[in-house]
Ligand binder design. Sequence first.
Ligand SMILES: Nc1ncnc2c1ncn2[C@@H]1O[C@H](COP(=O)(O)OP(=O)(O)OP(=O)(O)O)[C@@H](O)[C@H]1O
Length: 284
Amino acid sequence: MSLLEVENLWVRFPTRQGIFDAVRGVSFNLERERLGIVGESGSGKSMTGRAILRLIRKPGIVEADSIKLEGQNLLDLSEPEMREVRGQKISMVMQDPKFSLNPVMTIGDQIMEAYLLHNNTSKAQARVKAIEMLEAVSIRDPERVMRAYPHEMSGGMGQRIMIAMMLIPDPQILIADEPTSALDVSVQRQVLDIMDGLVKKRGMGLIFISHDLNLVSEFCDRVLIMYAGRIVEVCDADKLHEAKHPYTQGLLNSLPRLDQPKKYLEVLQRDEAWTKEDSVRGTR
Ligand SMILES: Nc1ncnc2c1ncn2[C@@H]1O[C@H](COP(=O)(O)OP(=O)(O)OP(=O)(O)O)[C@@H](O)[C@H]1O
């Protein structure tokens, strides 16, 4: 049984022009692996991640045949049960930690609060755990960071703190939506290493959403390529550069390369026929 099985997922938004399908019949499995989702802006990557956690805001509509976490269909759960899943079994790290951390609470209080919410324990115990989690994401001076406020943190620190908070309940799955795109390259590397360690040590499943094909091909095990709300190709991450779908090739060709400088950047051809004929249903 897969850790997560998504079957025929749709995300729809009613608009004045009619229904807009942001995600169109997406199916995939997640094992205890690093699964990348790539695609240009607006291809439906974030909506796919959010829909799994039932985090699509109204008037958005989520439909699917099933979204199974270790065999349990999340679509059958009530809202309070789904809140438990969000808190404990599947966590999501968003792009910009500034929007996710409370600006008027110290980092320590926020992490402790997250821990106390899920564990019936003392404040002293929560404090020990919070420091432990900060150390787990390579924060060198956790005592000082515990007393600090979010605005005192750099982007990289903020992102690591978010990851620490998300990991407190020891989730089975982490969905990371462009978690490193705002960071400089060396900090990006550190954050990726932390997530990599978590997949290996804790046997976690990671869904890594990114528009950066090079990063995903280096960091992930497998990649789903999305175009206009559909999965158009699935491949091993290290084979991404051999991808066959014309859209994926277009994406790869539009990457700037130092060894083969281009006079003009490639323009992606948008052809509705690709998505209809070549869309992949399921990866098994
Ligand atoms: N409330 C809404 N009403 C209508 N359309 C929406 C709404 N929210 C999102 N969309 C559309 O859904 C599509 C998919 O958005 P999504 O955020 O998943 O894309 P993405 O691939 O993650 O892009 P990015 O890399 O820019 O985050 C986009 O075309 C977006 O405009």
